[in-house]
Design a protein around this ligand. Structure first.
Ligand code: SF4
Length: 275
């Protein structure tokens, strides 16, 4: 039987394992797929649990880790956890970039020179339009955080979630990213996915299993086909992309994902280029 390590090494299975550290957030963006907000259910993972997932992922042959939420930097144990995870495998941690005051910037400096990238959301090149979806002052806070983190030696990526009718903004967005000192290969542009609040509002691109890259995603509630899987509607987590409820040991969830990959036509997993 094919192992996870072999499937990853041969490129049949994506190498990254996503960990949902929590689902609450200091923002409440109007397209958020996890219905995150300061009042949302936390569904948080402990430092020990996250590191165990990272350790098992490495043992199974996965080659990278991702940490997402919610807003991961709301967890007091996030930075020590990131240090432990990046001792195991390369890490990318997603953040809205609005919490980086002087104290957090000083604490985050230990992530410099690690095999770790901080991925910050910045959707639009115009402050007023950007802030409509995210929050007042978001553009200023995010661009400031990118500059400060980069200056402290932390590697930054920028992720832009685009609605379908915004192609004309793309050149200015790319120029802004370049002006912020972020490399073009570290600028991720992805379509708005019609899940969570975006689904409630009828905006974004409808997606199913065949449109999303099958990357093992672990939350406090189970294992999912994709990081876009554990979306929330009406306070309940969607289960259409649930692989299994059992995530300990990780091998069970990984094997389930692998068998599903084997049953799908090659190339079927990235029709929309959503990563
Ligand atoms: S989209 Fe991101 S930043 Fe906005 S509410 Fe959701 S988790 Fe928070």
């Amino acid at each position: 039987m094919e192992t996870v390590a072999t499937a990853v090494a041969e490129g049949k299975l994506p190498g990254r394992v996503w960990i949902y550290s929590n689902t609450h957030c200091n923002l409440s963006c109007n397209y958020c797929m996890t219905e995150s907000s300061p009042r949302a259910k936390r569904r948080a993972m402990s430092q020990e649990r996250m590191v165990t997932i990272g350790r098992e992922a490495k043992e199974l042959g996965f080659t990278a880790l991702g940490v997402t939420g919610g807003e991961p930097f709301l967890l007091p144990w996030l930075i020590p956890t990131l240090l432990e995870l990046s001792d195991l495998l390369p890490v990318v941690v997603l953040t809205n970039g609005t919490l980086f005051n002087k104290k957090l910037l000083a604490a985050t400096a230990v992530l410099a020179d690690r095999d770790l990238k901080v991925q910050i959301s910045l959707d639009r090149p115009d402050p007023v339009r950007n802030d409509i979806s995210r929050s007042t002052g978001n553009f200023h806070a995010v661009t400031s955080a990118v500059r400060e983190l980069t200056a402290s030696g932390v590697t930054v990526r920028i992720a832009s979630t685009m609605a379908r009718d915004r192609a004309e903004e793309l050149p200015r967005l790319k120029q802004l990213v370049q002006d912020l000192g972020v490399l073009p290969e570290d600028h991720i542009i992805r379509p708005m996915v019609q899940r969570g609040r975006a689904h409630e509002r009828g905006v974004g691109t409808p997606v199913g299993e065949g449109d999303l890259s099958g990357e093992l995603t672990i939350t406090a509630e189970g294992a999912f086909w994709s990081a876009f899987g554990p979306s929330v509607r009406g306070g309940r987590t969607d289960t259409d992309l649930l692989l299994c409820r059992t995530t300990q040991p990780l091998n069970l969830a990984a094997s389930t994902l692998l068998s599903l990959h084997g049953s799908m036509p090659r190339g079927h997993d990235a029709q929309l280029g959503i990563r």
